[in-house]
Design a protein around this ligand. Structure first.
Ligand code: SF4
Length: 179
């Protein structure tokens, strides 16, 4: 019997969907043309699903590096609480999806799982952290393999991620069979 494709979450801008703040995308051909043959995608764009339009004002992380705020760059609108509330609901919904992995857009203040610059209120870099949804995801689903698109370019990290996704899928399938 052939294995059903593992379901993997993805930042849809990486699939070529025009959901970015500027109406553009960040299609990654390795993801769409190679990984797309083996994975079933579950796209999640936090900013659009939370209710921001396309195009929209870009955002950044500001404040305490342990608890940064998600704030629009020019007008200073703070979307942290709204985005956190949306993320909590979305994470519960995703529990029903049989997720075996997630590929996040790097450096996004909403989607990234690491490496996002955090600025002090005066605009000086004061830390590095995860985006609001990416950070909430890795806390909620601590066992699900995750990577960002930057790291997917590294052959060692990519292999490690892919092996973990397929191992996760096998383990989930065998638990299902025993039920
Ligand atoms: S919020 Fe995430 S998925 Fe949406 S456009 Fe930005 S990086 Fe891509």
């Amino acid at each position: 019997m052939t294995m059903k494709k593992p379901c993997v979450g993805i930042s849809p801008c990486l699939l070529g969907k025009k959901v970015r703040y500027d109406g553009g995308h960040r299609r990654n051909r390795y993801i769409t043309d190679i990984l797309g043959k083996y994975f079933g995608w579950i796209p999640v764009c936090p900013e659009v699903e939370y209710g921001l339009g396309i195009p929209r004002e870009p955002m950044q992380l500001v404040g305490d590096p342990a608890k940064p705020r998600l704030v629009t760059i020019s007008t200073g609108i703070d979307h942290t609480d709204g985005m956190m509330k949306w993320a909590e609901k979305k994470l519960v919904e995703l529990e029903k999806e049989d997720l075996c992995g997630f590929i996040f857009k790097s450096k996004s203040p909403s989607s990234a799982i690491r490496g996002v610059t955090i600025l002090s209120p005066s605009g000086v870099e004061c830390g590095i952290g995860a985006g609001i949804f990416g950070g909430a995801f890795i806390k909620h689903f601590s066992m699900i393999p995750v990577i960002d698109d930057d790291r997917l370019g590294d052959p060692v990290l990519r292999k490690d991620f892919l092996e973990k996704v397929f191992a996760f899928k096998r383990s989930r399938d065998s638990k299902e069979k025993k039920r």
